[in-house]
Design a protein around this ligand. Structure first.
Ligand code: NAG
Ligand code: NAG
Ligand code: NAG
Ligand code: NAG
Ligand code: NAG
Ligand code: NAG
Ligand code: NAG
Ligand code: NAG
Ligand code: NAG
Length: 542
């Protein structure tokens, strides 16, 4: 030492010389004495010498663990390559360089490891359904050292759950998970769930030490609160546009199926769209509409209904008559007045005879006449009315009446003198008006007498005209026969004797019955043959 110090000036000169000409033997490790590496990356340690022409190198670890890398020696330096760096490289490495004439140099480097390669991964168990328990899982892949890991689960900045892993015995990188169960509500939809993973190792120089992942909550729910809105209103006038909208709360959006109950009990289906548009509502669009919504994820359905009433003027007003618009007196007739089931329609049935209008009392639009009379014949009118319009129909009822209440007048009398003129007139009550045939009953032949306007005149009577006369009064629905007996007695002498004596003649029933009976018999027979002729009928008899 003293010797050395004594030669100090000389040494300085030598050092200066060496610096300029021959360098001293030096060695360095690159990087410096400490390195922090992430597991999986590549690390090259270099042991570089100067001042030695051909040094030799040796690498080892502190505890003589395997090197876990490949050594490459070059002329003045040596490298130890760890590719990839693994947990066994967590060591102190020592490089020794030997230079024959200049001795050896030794340096160590501490290799520190960590692993925090990627952001956390948030997983949500199955599909979130509002109201049903769900689990959020935050996965932090390949962490080392995991005993330093801290994890926070937060919702909108508020901590739901925190966990550290200090209990861990961290020997290698591990994937860590944090699980949190909760009941999502519909308010949670769209909120952010954040997983913050921290590896707060202050004396290790690496970045980042915190990794964050966020996920928007997308809870599935519904359908719920399903309603149908109607624009402009569920009471709409025919011809206006109508828009039905099915509104529901559902995530994911629900599928919509529209249907309508038809009058016949069937159901009509429409396009799957939440808006059902009818540009020009028709009366027949009235009815019960159903909107059925389906959430394919929650597998739930919900229904809403709306009753649509399209207001329209009266429609399909019909007047019908049973059995027929032409009936025989005494038959029963039913008149029905109906109208399509349009809202607020008032139906009235009226009878019009001439100028007299009578409103009839109906039951379910039906009016029944038990025994039709001629007075029931006339015009029947059905009127449907509401504030949008009026419809009316009419029908004519005809009541056929066979001849009845027959009155026969014989002028001047049924007992007349020869040469007088005898006039027989007849009035009857029937519908349609009756026709009449007067004939004389004679043993060999019959004489049909002509009539003019319902009046029969026997001019200049003779005794031969004495006898029984049959007056047949008939129309298409029946007939009635009257018997008149005329007696021609003596001769007309003085005109003044002729008294205008009119006798109302109603035939004695005692005579009438058999004759009528025969005639009905004959006429029935004749009718079977297809036509009816009184003349013929009488001929058959006489
Ligand atoms: C070794 O050190 C010298 C001098 O500082 C330098 O020029 C050279 O590039 C180094 N070699 C390696 C492999 O680092
Ligand atoms: C949905 O519900 C129906 C009947 O309720 C059932 O048959 C079906 O399996 C369910 N589907 C799912 C995916 O849950
Ligand atoms: C339709 O309108 C009437 C009155 O305007 C109302 O009573 C009825 O409830 C409405 N809605 C439905 C769903 O039918
Ligand atoms: C009216 O009658 C017609 C023809 O008979 C029919 O097609 C239509 O559906 C009816 N309308 C209503 C509103 O009943
Ligand atoms: C027909 O005669 C009956 C009585 O015989 C009477 O009650 C009725 O009013 C008469 N009818 C007519 C239309 O004159
Ligand atoms: C009978 O009628 C004829 C023709 O109208 C008439 O000329 C005659 O004078 C009438 N006889 C009597 C007795 O009235
Ligand atoms: C029959 O009566 C009608 C009206 O009552 C009358 O116009 C017509 O002239 C009459 N005919 C005869 C031939 O008398
Ligand atoms: C009436 O009859 C008598 C005899 O039968 C005859 O002499 C007379 O001319 C007739 N008169 C008329 C108006 O026919
Ligand atoms: C009365 O009738 C008979 C037989 O038909 C006939 O021979 C006679 O001439 C008639 N007498 C008169 C006045 O017409």
């Amino acid at each position: 030492m003293l010797k050395k110090m004594g030669r100090i000036n000389q040494a300085v000169l030598i050092i200066l010389y060496v610096l300029i000409t021959v360098k001293a033997f030096e060695m360095e490790i690159i990087p410096a004495s400490k390195i922090v590496v992430q597991i999986g990356e590549m690390l090259v340690l270099t042991c570089n010498t100067t001042g030695c022409a051909s040094p030799s190198f040796s690498w080892r670890t502190q505890m003589d663990h395997p090197l876990g890398g490949t050594v490459n020696n070059y002329r003045t330096y040596s490298t130890l390559t760890m590719n990839p760096v693994s947990i066994e490289n967590y060591n102190d490495y020592l490089c020794t360089a030997f230079c024959n004439e200049k001795g050896k140099k030794e340096k160590s480097i501490k290799v520190e490891l960590y692993s925090f390669p990627s952001d956390p991964v948030i997983e949500i168990s199955t599909s979130l359904v509002a109201g049903e328990p769900a689990t959020v899982i935050c996965k932090i892949p390949d962490v080392f050292p995991s005993d330093r890991l801290e994890v926070l689960l937060m919702k909108e900045g508020h901590t739901l759950h925190a966990k550290d892993f200090s209990e861990d015995d961290s020997r290698n990188k591990e994937t860590k998970t944090v699980t949190y169960s909760f009941n999502p509500t519909t308010e949670d939809i769209g909120k952010e769930i954040t997983c913050v993973a921290k590896l707060p190792i202050a004396n290790m120089d690496f970045e980042p030490k915190e990794r964050v992942t966020s996920l928007k909550l997308n809870a599935n729910f519904g359908p719920q609160n399903t309603i149908i809105t109607v624009s402009p209103s569920n009471f709409t006038v025919e011809g206006n546009p109508l828009k039905l909208t099915c509104v529901t709360e559902s995530n994911p959006p629900a599928q919509v199926v529209w249907s309508k109950h038809l009058a016949d009990g069937n159901i009509e289906h429409f396009i799957e769209n939440n808006v059902l548009s009818i540009p020009h509502a028709r009366f027949t669009d009235s009815g019960l509409y159903i909107c059925e919504v389906i959430n394919l994820v929650t597998n739930k359905t919900e229904k809403a209904t709306v009753d649509i009433f399209i207001q329209a003027p009266p429609k399909n007003t019909t007047l019908s008559i049973f059995p027929s618009s032409v009936v025989k007196q005494g038959e029963s007739v039913t008149i029905s007045c109906t109208s399509a089931d349009v809202p607020a329609v008032q139906i009235t049935l009226r009878k019009k005879i001439g100028d007299v209008i009578t409103t009839l009392e109906t039951e379910d639009g039906k009016y029944t006449i038990d025994k039709a009379q001629l007075k029931d014949a006339g015009i029947y009118e059905c009127i449907s009315i509401n504030k949008l319009g009026k419809q009316s129909q009419h029908i004519v009822l005809d009541v056929k009446v066979p001849p009845q209440n027959i009155t026969v007048l014989v002028y001047p009398s049924e007992n007349v003198k020869e040469g007088e003129n005898v006039t027989i007139t007849c009035s009857t009550y029937s519908n349609p008006p009756s026709q009449m045939v007067l004939k004389k009953v004679h043993q060999e032949r019959e004489i049909i007498l002509p009539s003019v306007n319902g009046t029969f005149t026997l001019y200049n009577v003779t005794k031969n005209d004495t006898g029984k006369y049959l007056l047949d009064v008939f129309n298409e629905v029946g007939n009635n026969i009257k018997v008149i007996e005329i007696a021609v007695i003596g001769k007309l002498e003085k005109r003044h004797q002729m008294m205008p004596l009119i006798i109302a003649f109603s035939c004695t029933t005692a005579i009438a019955i058999p004759v009528v009976a025969i005639l009905i018999y004959v006429s029935r027979k004749a009718k079977i043959n297809g036509s009816y002729s009184l003349v013929k009928a009488l001929r058959l008899k006489v």
